[in-house]
Design a protein around this ligand. Structure first.
Ligand SMILES: Nc1nc2c(c(=O)[nH]1)N[C@H]1C(S)=C(S)[C@@H](COP(=O)(O)OP(=O)(O)OC[C@H]3O[C@@H](n4cnc5c(=O)[nH]c(N)nc54)[C@H](O)[C@@H]3O)O[C@H]1N2
Ligand SMILES: Nc1nc2c(c(=O)[nH]1)N[C@H]1C(S)=C(S)[C@@H](COP(=O)(O)OP(=O)(O)OC[C@H]3O[C@@H](n4cnc5c(=O)[nH]c(N)nc54)[C@H](O)[C@@H]3O)O[C@H]1N2
Ligand code: SF4
Ligand SMILES: [Mo]
Length: 876
């Protein structure tokens, strides 16, 4: 078919809060071509590795195609009838607070608005909370305390106009890659100084002038010291301070704090303070290293204090900038997805606000008190206070702290509904009713990114099977529960208009979130809507907030808060001597239900791991590539050790992405205690305490196959490859017969086997061939198997290759793990080119191999390889 037959449609990437514009061209067969939208203000055509690989994730693999009730496929009528009945009966019997919704910052604004309206306005409970509680809640609390509303003052352009950018608890290079590239481009052009404040050395540090590896949880003490330095150095903006309250108390608290707890040297701290003080145009970017802490809200206010005290806020190139994680984390805050907010930044606890929203919705009931926040909601599900729970677009059995207890609580809840695009998640497997949602590319709506820009997501593919958009499912349940007219929407455009109208009421209350200028959009206007930064109101359009000193507290002034350092809640002790930090890797998105489908993305880091310092590894008897058991007071995990000085002694780091589907022993949140910030209710996901010991396996295995495997070992982790699957395995008991074990693992009882087994040495290699093609191969050894994994991963499906040697023919070098996922370039290929061609720069590597020249996400890692070789050569 002529490619031109399908025009390109503008939409928005479904991953991070940068909110990049994409251009989608469907191929008419369910597939897509995806490229960056050159006109979108967030990315101007750029995409990162995840955005570039979107086309690989829209297939039908694993999709949920029909509703299921207790595992049995059924029609919508039965499934939704049951959902509405059970919720109605539960409410009638036990009151509105006996039910709950747990939703997501990945929902579209229209979906989110309906969920919130149904729970808060019609069910009459505030028991709706969102995974943004695990993500943005501390920022919301900090903003509201300082500004009177949850307002992000600045814009992305500030990153390009700043002379100093401070990244606090943000691995921007991996988590907001396109923003990071905008920052690096500005740095090249104007010499922007970049400081990274993170206990761990990350890829972001490669593009930085200074890395402050502070002690976990000590950010408040550092920013308190900065406030003192600003005062003592005469850097305060006295005129701007007249628009604020609380400076004296904040300064007093700052003087009382001790920056010694950061573990940084006096010289480092002074250098940082002098740089900050001496650079007027400073932007402080902050993310989960700040928010996910039992002092998260105070960390946010400690940062805001410094910007307010210097008046460096809401002006070009100046201000605090919280980068949001999920594509619509910001939109969710706007519609009131949190249990303590109403829609449009109105306050649940303000009676005038409540009455206004009730009248607008013509709602029969409105809650007067905040509902249960995430951690409490799952506790209540576990102990029977919540009797009907609807989980939408999130995977809490993996991503909540104390995840094993949360999994049990979901299982224990009398009635659980899960809406997802796949049934193969740890949460979906626990559902009484499983509802098939239309996914990205199949539904229409809006999302708001980190700088308040509202963009359209547009449907270009038809939803498979019976799948329906989330807003439609929610509205239908609202109608079936008897709230008829209030949920009678035909299109997302109708919902958006209603929402924009409500925001006008919020605007009249003096709230920031006013998009009433969009309330009269026609369906066609909505279809054609361009990226638009809020507010969109008669008196104000887009731009920045607070540069004029006008804030949203009743007196129009901002607040500086007195804050004091508090150490993380969990204390290290001889039994749990290590501090466990958790976070993200470059090419996976959360619980991997989508990025895990892409072979390209899965090649970057194919296994769950624990970063541990060489001194600690030595002391614990851990060697490179060993498996380790990680134990906390809450749970246990088995991970692959990565020995690296990127983490400091006493600290370890593990990614959050692996699940019961991909590596059941590596569910890291099973180890995280359900401790929260007292103000925001956000869990402390980055400061657990653990013990680490080698995992003594009886055997280690590596397997490749065309089809999905059924591992049963004590440890296994599987990933997609271009030709099927690869898996790492380890067991504590040796099977009797390796050939039989391989047939079971691969589900190939009939295949022809070639086996090499040396029982005395504990070595086995089994290849299974069918119709002349290699179907699967298993390699077993008493220590971590030494085979060329990336080479072997490409063999399944080939015509009987010689696989049992475990290595490629001599004339075919092993490319190593993929570093550049756009052009599929491996680490070894890059290292060889650096060494043999004497390449000195990232650009030179790009020119030679293309690596790093498309999305650029791997440039920090190429830079790290370059410095590794250069350091080695210098030492020789
Ligand atoms: N590739 C990828 N990108 C993503 C996502 C993804 O899953 N994959 N998810 C998106 C989402 S929802 C979010 S919320 C964002 C998160 O984006 P980030 O917040 O940048 O990512 P994290 O890796 O969670 O954590 C950031 C850093 O905080 C550091 N940290 C830990 N403790 C402390 C501390 O006490 N103080 C300081 N200053 N730093 C600390 C960690 O070492 C880590 O490097 O990423 C978004 N982008
Ligand atoms: N230890 C630790 N834990 C963490 C974090 C951490 O840094 N460390 N970070 C926390 C943060 S910031 C976040 S944001 C959370 C993220 O954690 P989750 O929200 O639990 O993770 P996701 O994998 O994004 O879950 C999204 C789910 O929605 C499904 N889905 C995809 N598209 C659609 C759709 O259109 N409709 C519906 N109904 N479903 C869909 C996906 O298949 C998937 O099951 O994790 C938190 N947990
Ligand atoms: S930076 Fe990457 S993941 Fe984030 S929106 Fe842009 S393309 Fe998507
Ligand atoms: Mo997040």
């Amino acid at each position: 078919m002529d490619g031109g037959a399908f025009p390109e449609t503008c939409s928005t990437c479904p991953y991070c809060g940068v909110g990049c514009g994409v251009l989608l061209r469907p191929d008419g067969k369910g597939g897509l071509a995806v490229r960056g939208d050159p006109t979108h203000p967030a990315n101007r055509g750029r995409l990162c590795s995840k955005g570039s690989a979107l086309a690989e994730t829209v297939g039908l693999e694993g999709r949920l195609l029909a509703p299921r009730v207790h595992g049995r496929e059924t029609g919508w009528d039965e499934a939704l009838g049951l959902v509405a009945d059970r919720f109605r009966e539960t409410i009638a019997q036990h009151g509105p607070d006996s039910v709950g919704f747990y939703v997501s910052g990945q929902l579209l604004t229209e979906d989110y608005y309906i969920a919130n309206k149904l729970m808060k306005g019609f069910i009459g409970s505030a028991n709706i909370d969102t995974n943004s509680r695990l993500c943005m809640a501390s920022t919301v609390a900090g903003h509201r305390r300082a500004f009177g509303t949850d307002t992000v003052p600045g814009t992305y352009e500030d990153l390009e106009e700043a002379d100093l950018v401070v990244l606090v608890g943000s691995n921007l290079a991996w988590c907001h890659p396109v923003l990071h590239q905008r920052l690096l481009a500005a740095r090249k052009a104007r010499g922007t100084k970049v400081v990274v404040i993170d206990p761990r050395r990350t890829a972001t540090c490669d593009g930085a002038d200074m890395h402050l590896a502070l002690a976990p949880g000590s950010d408040v003490a550092l920013f308190n010291r900065l406030l003192v330095a600003l005062y003592e150095g005469g850097a305060l903006d006295k005129a701007f301070l007249r628009n604020t309250e609380g400076f004296d108390a904040a300064l007093k608290a700052a003087f009382a704090d001790d920056a010694g707890v950061t573990g940084l040297s006096e010289a480092e701290i002074e250098k940082f303070c002098r740089l900050w003080m001496g650079t007027e145009k400073v932007v402080t970017v902050f993310s989960q290293g700040v928010n996910q802490s039992s002092s998260g809200s105070d960390k946010v206010n400690a940062i805001l204090n410094c910007h307010l005290a210097t008046g460096r806020i809401g002006k070009p190139g100046m201000g605090p900038l919280s980068v949001t994680g999920q594509p619509n984390a910001m939109g969710g805050r706007e519609v009131g997805g949190l249990a303590n907010m109403l829609a449009c930044h109105l306050d649940l606890e303000n009676p005038d606000h409540r009455v206004a929203v009730r009248d607008f919705w013509q709602a029969p009931a409105m809650p007067e008190a905040p509902g249960l926040k995430a951690v409490d909601m799952f506790r209540a599900a576990g102990d029977g206070r919540i009797k009907a729970l609807w989980i939408i677009h999130t995977n809490p059995a993996v991503s909540m702290p104390d995840a094993d207890a949360v999994r049990d609580a979901i299982g224990a809840c009398a009635f659980t509904v899960v809406s997802d695009i796949t049934g193969a998640t740890d949460t979906a497997r626990l559902a009484d009713v499983l509802l098939p949602a239309a996914g990205w590319g199949e539904k229409d709506g809006t999302v708001t990114n980190s700088d308040r820009t509202i963009s359209r997501q547009r449907a270009v593919l038809s939803a498979p099977g019976e799948a329906r958009p989330d807003w439609e499912i929610l509205a239908e349940v609202g109608r079936r529960m008897g709230y008829g007219r209030a949920f009678d929407y035909a299109t997302p455009a109708e919902i958006f208009r209603e929402y924009a109208t409500l925001s006008g009421i919020a605007g009249r209350f003096g709230r920031d979130f006013d998009i009433s200028g969009l309330a009269a959009l026609s369906d066609a206007d909505y279809d054609a809507m361009l990226p638009t930064r809020w507010p969109v109101a008669a008196k104000r359009q887009g731009g920045r907030f607070f540069g004029d000193g006008d804030f949203f507290h009743a007196d129009g002034k901002a607040r500086l808060l007195p804050v004091a350092h508090r150490a993380p809640a969990a204390k290290t002790a001889p039994r749990f001597p290590f501090r466990l930090n958790t976070g993200r890797v470059r090419d996976q998105w959360h619980t991997m239900t989508r990025t895990g489908l892409s072979p390209r993305l899965s090649a970057h880091l194919a296994e769950p791991f624990l970063e541990i310092h060489p001194d600690d590894a030595r002391a614990q008897g851990i060697e490179a590539a060993d498996l380790v058991t990680v134990t906390s007071p809450n749970g246990r995990a088995i991970l692959r050790a990565r020995i690296t000085d990127a983490v400091k002694p006493g600290q370890v780091f593990a990614p959050m992405h692996w699940t019961g589907e991909t590596a059941p022993s590596a569910r890291i949140d099973a180890l995280v205690p359900p401790v929260v910030d007292p103000v925001s209710g956000q869990p402390e996901s980055k400061a657990s305490v653990v013990a680490v010991a080698p995992f003594r396996a009886a055997w280690f295995g590596f397997a490749v196959s065309c089809a999905e495997m059924q591992p049963q070992a004590a440890y296994w982790a599987r990933m997609r490859t271009r030709t099927g699957w690869r898996a790492e395995l380890a067991g504590d008991a040796l099977p009797q017969d390796w050939e039989a074990e391989a047939r079971r693992l691969f589900g190939l009882p009939e295949a022809q086997a070639t086996a090499f087994v040396d029982a005395a040495r504990g070595i086995a290699r089994v290849a299974l061939v069918q119709d002349g093609r290699l179907m699967a191969a298993l390699f077993v050894a008493p220590e971590p198997v030494a085979v060329m994994r990336d080479y072997l991963a490409g063999l399944p499906g080939e015509e009987a290759p010689d696989v049992l040697s475990g290595r490629p023919p001599a004339d075919m070098p092993d490319p190593g793990p993929v570093l550049c996922s756009c052009f599929n370039v491996g680490v070894n290929t890059i290292l060889r080119a650096i060494e043999s061609d004497g390449l000195m720069t990232v650009d030179a590597v790009g020119a030679a191999l293309q690596a790093g020249t498309n999305c650029g996400s791997c440039q920090p890692e190429i830079a790290a390889l370059l410095s590794r070789v250069q350091l080695r050569e210098a030492a020789e």
